[in-house]
Design a protein around this ligand. Structure first.
Ligand code: FES
Length: 168
């Protein structure tokens, strides 16, 4: 074996320390990266619809329904609380909307006392929405309330994912 192919003590030490240092750095960075991308990994069980109420409960006046969805976070499964404002529109179709204000995420209420009736109102910054969830121009929200996918089966309303609608 020639001298060139031999590893000197100094080189051996360099390789070893670099390897150990890299291993330790990876060990410290992995949890940070995992934490940063955590919301991306977190999702409801795919395509899952949850039974929320009997359709007999749905009138043309928005009612709030609370329900739980299964959330899969890598290998960990849990349940999270959700709510929806649900009513039957004039054309008979059901509309189920997220109560999360599209301005900064407070919870909107339907026609609270002392506020304009026939509208949703957000108490945080006086955000207002029409009954169909479309944001009223001149108030802080810049887009309508999100709408849940829904289906009706065996007389029950099932809700899926909440989806973004275009701005008013
Ligand atoms: S969070 Fe609803 S108006 Fe600001």
């Amino acid at each position: 074996m020639s001298d060139k192919s031999r590893v000197s003590r100094r080189q051996f030490l360099n390789y070893t320390l670099t390897g150990v240092g890299g291993f330790m750095a990876a060990g410290m960075l992995a949890p940070m990266v995992r934490f940063a991308v955590d919301p991306l990994l977190k999702e409801t069980a795919e395509g899952e619809f949850v039974a929320v109420t009997s359709i007999d409960e749905i009138t043309n006046e928005p009612k709030r329904f609370d329900f739980k969805v299964k959330v899969v976070d890598a290998w960990y499964e849990s349940e999270e609380a959700r709510s929806a404002w649900v009513f039957r529109q004039d054309n008979g179709e059901i509309l189920a909307m997220s109560p999360v204000c599209t301005h900064l995420g407070c919870t909107v209420n339907w026609a609270p006392e002392g506020r304009p009736q026939n509208e949703f109102f957000c108490p945080c910054h006086d955000g207002r929405y029409e009954k169909n969830g479309v944001n009223i121009k001149g108030t802080p929200p810049t887009r309508p309330l999100d709408v849940y996918d829904h289906k009706v089966e065996d007389g029950k309303l099932y809700l899926g994912k909440a989806k973004v609608r275009e701005g008013a």
